[in-house]
Design a protein around this ligand. Structure first.
Ligand code: GCW
Length: 699
């Protein structure tokens, strides 16, 4: 062997040894702060796209262009292991694209809709593809606006992170809904209603001029999944947020979020004209009240020209509203919309109302109040309903307002924070639940009238459309209080962008970005996540049960609770267990809630034999001895479900134990401990519920 060769072999051997040693070191420790924007080396794959990643051209001087450059400067060297350089912006991008013959295709795909102004908020689509120009290959990422290009860049980074990028890949993507919002239930004192990850991210006392540096990371995370708006404060709103000291702070936040395409919205307290303006009334029909709101809107837009609008919880759970003055929800919403209209803002009016003097079945109240108002809401109003008619329970049938308000854009409110699903202690991947809702067929315009098509506006041809997620973020280092709760934030944004995506695919990409690219690890974690929601339903509220959590905080079971101030805050109101059976009779012979659904569904739900078992006790009071599809009695089946739910959690624990050496120790340990607590809590759920219901069933 020649000397040079010998040296080389020696060097190689050393390298090999070095890799072996590295391989034996414990994995890199992490704290979850980076979320899914955790840029680690991407898999070695052939492809000319890799060369394209070295020389970048990001034209323009806008703040968003700067954000794009910053993200690429951080991400690409970390992903590819190679340095990047930015080319001077000499050749206008438009010319490059024209040469590549792109515009025509894109117009056809709807990315550049002729006649649409570039500032149009609906104009958010992007494309990614490889083009050849002579000997050169170009990887193009472009959109109508800088923000849509930012979405494209994050999409490209996701493809690189997950190992899905190829030379032949061509992506054209448009968001399904226009308003993709997080709803923060943050109070001005820093506490968060139903928040399980620390205190509010908004450091009011430092604003301006000292924003918390992590706010930029919040904005990056949101933009990376297409979220384009954030409601800063709790729907149980304090009017104070509308005062000028707060508006000054909000102006600073708006400036921070603007480059990321995130608009600010506020929850508005309906009685603000009285509280802040000293008016004697907040009656929306009073010119002085309308005038107060018009002036307030003007003040807000002077500071924040792209302010999104107001979210309103009115006449619900003690919040003031137009009904306090004998006016209707539509009177209230339209008055606010008129104040925002000159500036381009919208009103999002919540339909979470349950005045049981209207109907003793709480599940029916919102429908009865809102359907008579359909057609009365102005063009800048969206009505926002929760996914189900009760309240973010582990499983509910879809809200019957979806499909019953054809003249009103219906916005879907999902709860990312797990108020009723184990909070930040339980690993529950919520995308399968949200998909179940979005795919539910309302049949209002025949088969295919899914909730998804109502929400995205396509069924009734609405221009406005939106999805909101009640945020699970807080100031804890890992943002969400549980490493797996991050997946729900992630999946919410991705589904708001495209509700046809599959829950499993979203889990797959999230795992690859957040935990590991090792196929065996990805599969194990995916198998844990995929069934985790159904398991939670089983160990908490199987077969259509709901709302049997402990009072107030809603963690842990209390099926016997019956001391609440209102009947419908009692567990016993919901399950109605007695010696004859269990469940809420909502059939035509009972509360008749079934009739709020379109005929084929109404009949399906109404008949004990055809009602899907997952909703059995939601719609029927069923004898304990009723034969289920499995051949078991209802009581036997219920026992099976509680046991299966618990067993699933034990299974997740075992899977996780096996992953110990594959993952970073810090996050692994945290999840391990959380799974232990979840298993313990699932055991309590199983035992308490079977003991309690058994007292009736075995009588
Ligand atoms: O789920 C219930 C919560 C309340 C919440 C309310 C709502 C913000 O328990 O904390 O209040 O819903 O959605 O308005």
């Amino acid at each position: 062997m020649r000397a040079a060769e010998k040296n080389l072999t020696g060097a190689l051997r050393k390298t090999a040894v070095a890799f072996l040693i590295l391989g034996m070191l414990p994995a890199f420790s992490e704290d979850g702060y980076e979320l899914w924007l955790r840029y680690r080396r991407m898999p070695e794959r052939e492809g000319s796209y890799r060369d394209c990643l070295k020389n970048l051209l990001v034209p323009g001087k806008s703040a968003t262009a700067e954000v794009i450059r910053k993200e690429l400067r951080m991400a690409l060297p970390a992903l590819s292991g190679a340095p990047v350089s930015f080319l001077k912006d000499q050749a206008p991008l438009d010319q490059n694209l024209a040469a590549a013959g792109c515009w025509k295709d894109l117009e056809a795909a709807g990315i550049l809709r002729p006649g649409m102004s570039r500032q149009d908020p609906g104009d958010e689509g992007f494309f990614i593809r490889m083009e050849r120009q002579g000997q050169q290959r170009i990887l193009l990422v472009a959109g109508d606006t800088d923000v849509s290009a930012l979405y494209g860049v994050f999409h490209l980074l996701r493809l690189l992170q997950t190992g899905m990028m190829t030379d032949s890949l061509s992506v054209i993507s448009l968001p399904a809904v226009r308003l993709r919002l997080l709803n923060h239930w943050d109070n001005l004192d820093g506490s968060i209603e139903r928040g399980y990850a620390g205190r509010s991210l908004w450091n009011w006392s430092g604003l301006p001029p000292d924003p918390d540096p992590r706010l930029a990371d919040y904005a990056r995370a949101c933009a990376s999944i297409g979220i384009n708006g954030t409601v800063l404060n709790n729907v149980n709103a304090s009017a104070e947020i509308l005062t000028s000291p707060y508006l000054e702070k909000i102006e600073a936040l708006a400036g921070l979020f603007r480059p990321y395409g995130i608009r600010i919205y506020l929850s508005a307290q309906f009685s603000a004209p009285m509280i802040l303006g000293g008016l004697k009334t907040s009656d929306p029909r009073e010119p002085a009240v309308a005038g107060w709101w018009a002036a307030k809107a003007e003040e807000i837009y002077n500071r924040i020209p792209d302010f999104g609008g107001f979210l309103v919880k009115a006449n619900s759970e003690g919040q003031p509203g137009p009904q306090d003055f004998g006016a209707t929800h539509s009177d209230g919403a339209n008055m606010l919309a008129a104040a925002l209209a000159p500036h381009g803002g919208v009103v999002i009016w919540r339909a979470f109302v349950y005045d049981t003097s209207i109907d003793p079945d709480r599940a029916k109240c919102a429908y009865r109040e809102f359907t008579p108002l359909d057609g009365r809401f102005g063009s800048r109003v969206l009505v926002q309903a929760k996914n189900g008619p009760i309240d973010f329970q582990p499983r509910e049938p879809f809200h019957p307002l979806f499909g019953a308000m054809p003249h009103t854009p219906m916005m879907l409110e999902l709860q990312i924070t797990q108020e009723y699903l184990g909070q930040s202690k339980h690993l529950v991947y919520l995308a399968p639940m949200w998909k179940e809702i979005l795919k539910s067929d309302t049949y209002v315009r025949g088969p295919g009238s899914t909730v998804g098509r109502i929400v995205d506006g396509s069924l009734e041809h609405h221009v406005l459309s939106g999805m909101a997620g009640v945020a699970n973020t807080g100031d804890e280092r890992d943002w969400c209080g549980h490493p797996f709760a991050q997946a729900n934030w992630y999946a919410f944004g991705r589904l708001a962008w495209d509700h046809t995506l599959h829950a499993r695919d979203l889990a797959d990409e999230w795992i690859r970005m957040t935990w590991s690219l090792d196929p065996a690890v990805v599969d194990s974690i995916k198998s844990m996540m995929s069934g985790s929601w159904e398991a939670c339903v089983n160990y908490m509220t199987p077969l259509g049960l709901c709302h049997i959590m402990q009072e107030g905080h809603h963690y842990g079971p209390d099926p016997g609770f019956n001391r609440a101030a209102r009947p419908d805050w009692n567990s016993t109101y919901y399950h109605r267990a007695d010696s004859s059976g269990i469940g809420f009779d909502r059939t035509t012979a009972g509360s008749d809630a079934v009739s709020q659904y379109a005929p084929p569904l109404r009949d399906l739900f109404n008949d004990l034999e055809t009602c899907p078992e997952k909703f059995l006790l939601w719609f029927h009071h069923v004898p304990w001895g009723h034969r289920m599809q499995s051949g078991k009695t209802l009581w036997e089946e219920m026992q099976e479900r509680y046991k299966a739910g618990f067993a699933y959690v034990s299974g997740m624990r075992n899977t996780w134990k096996r992953l110990k050496n594959e993952l970073d120790p810090e996050r692994w340990m945290e999840v391990d401990e959380k799974l232990r607590a979840q298993e313990e809590n699932a055991r309590v759920w199983r035992d308490v519920c079977l003991d309690y219901f058994g007292r009736f069933a075995e009588r």
